[in-house]
Ligand binder design. Sequence first.
Ligand SMILES: Cc1cc2nc3c(=O)[nH]c(=O)nc-3n(C[C@H](O)[C@H](O)[C@H](O)COP(=O)(O)O)c2cc1C
Length: 255
Amino acid sequence: MDLKIGERFVMETGSSDFSKTPRRLGEPAPAHRWPHRPGQALIALPKADAAKRTNIELFDAIVQRTSVRAYSDEPLSLEDLAYLLFCTQGIIKPIFFHTDTTHRTAPSAGARHPLETVLYVRRVAGLAPGLYRYDPYEHALLAEPFNQNGFEEKWAAGMASNRFEKNAAVSFVWAAVPERVTWHHAQRGYRNLFVEAGHLGQNLYLAAQSIGCGACTLNVFEDAILNELCGLDGYKTFAVYAACVGKLSNERETK
Ligand SMILES: Cc1cc2nc3c(=O)[nH]c(=O)nc-3n(C[C@H](O)[C@H](O)[C@H](O)COP(=O)(O)O)c2cc1C
């Protein structure tokens, strides 16, 4: 049978026999946390509930959810950003302190939490435009190396046909760290990376809506460009899903 790569992926990851996973063979679990770069400063974020201003009913938020591709020039507040980050990847409580296993606002198979958040910030009050990572353990941002020269053009190339993204106040890139899932579920774990990104996306849609923002999740992007800009090597860490967010605008949407 001449199977295409997608078909092979589904077929070859079809078993849930985990008797020979690295975990079962006694290999140590990979780190749950992304390492900080030497000397990298932490930018503390406000508590997530500081932005909880609207009391939209969950049912209404679900019914009204839609992809928003037009944004106003108004910046997000740091409280808004902190809220969105917490609602997507925030830690509610530790499960095991000694292993950094956590219970978060989105589910994760085996509590492996294989996704990390990289942000491209254009308009967030109190933050210099640039690239950041979210550290959910500290509920803080880490500024990433950023060279403004030509960055916007390169980023637009990474965003492929999603031209509206250039008007977003902040864009999220969810990066996968596959060793966290292959340790637990071997190659089948790769499925979790994409499934779990969907959870974060839906949480972002609903959370954005509850603070007067609009969001659109993105899967149309150029992996190689986006990975390079986000400091991801493209296989041990790579972008699986993205999203852009901005304050709501009255303008008609153009794709
Ligand atoms: C996995 C996924 C990838 C998507 N990628 C893009 C994208 O790259 N560009 C875009 O404009 N919209 C993207 N969207 C948004 C969809 O186009 C949108 O959900 C769809 O048109 C239905 O509209 P609604 O979200 O308002 O219901 C994506 C949505 C999902 C779930």
